[in-house]
Design a protein around this ligand. Structure first.
Ligand SMILES: *Cc1c(COP(=O)(O)O)cnc(C)c1O
Length: 345
């Protein structure tokens, strides 16, 4: 097999959901946007549905299609981008719940799909999605009379527990929603960890389900092994790879491994990533190319048939740190040509 093997553990996703659910007294939804953070939205949703999840969130309406196909009519599928022009048929046919983001969206929704379910997204300071205080003040009465399924907002700095933005947004959210009868939601993974003040009626974890920071107690949900295609001896002074960016300072053994930036192994990991044979680290040397990595295996006894990029020795967040990015990006860029093995529920 010439492609990397991506092992996905759905039991681990369910365990993470249960752990996050156990940290609150309210309901816990699941965010499965971006193909379930790269793990496969339909499989993830199926496993979580069996575990009792009845509310899923996607970023855009199209992402609901495989989830509705897998799970049928039962679960709520809410759409963060709200009711976009052109989405009306999909929202009606799949019975989706758009989180309406503006007075325009609200007016449009009531006009083209009167009586159809919806939620409201408020902006409490992030300035990304949602109605601001004045807009909300103008339409709140009208909107609340139509019984939204949820009134929600999103925290910009929840991964930094001491950030003053957190209480500031909490305060704004309360000012905008205290006293309403509709269910309220403010917390994603980071917000759950901020404590009960932030929980309201429903939380919306994403990254924590998939084993990423800031949920430190999360269990790992994926492993990624890359096959060794070829091994060669390189004399001291010889160079390896594009731009000759690595030069051997000793007689070396170099493994060429299947996997590159086309598979979501960022080019910024050139000379930075480490692969593992069991516990033994093997540094990536030279440039990450589109389909290949070169790895220094001089210190290994036997040359293995594969090396591990994501596993017990190096988590998604470890790899993200080496690439100067976040676990979210590592997960959502996981390559489409890996041989995927999904275990669990
Ligand atoms: C992505 C997203 C979430 C999930 O956030 P995580 O940090 O992955 O838990 C929740 N709410 C909104 C609005 C989002 O965009």
């Amino acid at each position: 097999m010439g492609t990397g093997r991506l092992t996905i553990d759905l039991d681990a996703v369910v365990a993470n959901w249960r752990a996050l659910d156990g940290m609150t007294a309210c309901k816990t939804a699941a965010v499965v946007k971006a193909d379930g953070y790269g793990l496969g939205a339909a499989n993830v949703a199926k496993a979580l549905f069996k575990a009792g999840v009845r509310q899923f969130f996607v970023a855009v309406a199209e992402e609901a299609v495989p989830i509705r196909a897998e799970l049928g009519e039962k679960p709520d599928i809410s759409v963060f981008s709200g009711h976009m022009k052109g989405d009306t048929d999909l929202i009606r046919e799949l019975n989706l719940t758009p989180m309406l983001n503006s007075v325009d969206q609200l007016t449009h929704h009531f006009e083209v799909l009167p009586g159809h379910r919806f939620g409201v997204q408020l902006d409490t300071g992030m300035n990304r999605l949602g109605m601001e205080l004045q807009e909300w003040a103008a339409v709140a009465e009208l909107a609340l009379a139509q019984h939204p399924t949820l009134v929600m907002s999103h925290l910009a700095c929840a991964d930094e527990p001491d950030h003053p933005m957190n209480p500031y947004q909490l305060d704004n959210f309360k000012k905008m929603t205290d006293g309403i009868s509709a269910p309220r939601s403010l917390a994603a993974t980071g917000g759950i960890l901020l404590g009960p003040d932030y929980h309201f009626d429903l939380t919306r974890p994403g990254i924590g389900l998939y084993g990423g920071m800031p949920f430190e107690q999360a269990v790992a949900t994926i492993e990624l092994d890359l096959p060794v295609i070829q091994v060669r001896d390189v004399a001291a002074g010889e160079v390896v790879g594009y731009a000759n960016s690595w030069q051997a300072d000793r007689p070396s053994k170099v493994a060429t491994v299947s996997g590159g930036y086309a598979d979501g192994i960022f080019r910024t990991l050139s000379d930075k990533a480490t692969l593992y044979h069991g516990q033994q680290p093997c540094p990536v040397i030279g440039r990450v190319s589109m389909d290949l990595l070169t790895v220094d295996v001089t210190d290994l006894g036997d040359i293995p048939s594969k090396l591990t990029l994501i596993g017990p020795q190096q988590t998604v967040d470890d790899l993200a740190r080496a690439a100067k990015t976040i676990g979210y990006e590592v997960l959502t860029q996981l390559g489409g040509r890996y041989n995927r093995k999904t275990f669990g529920k």
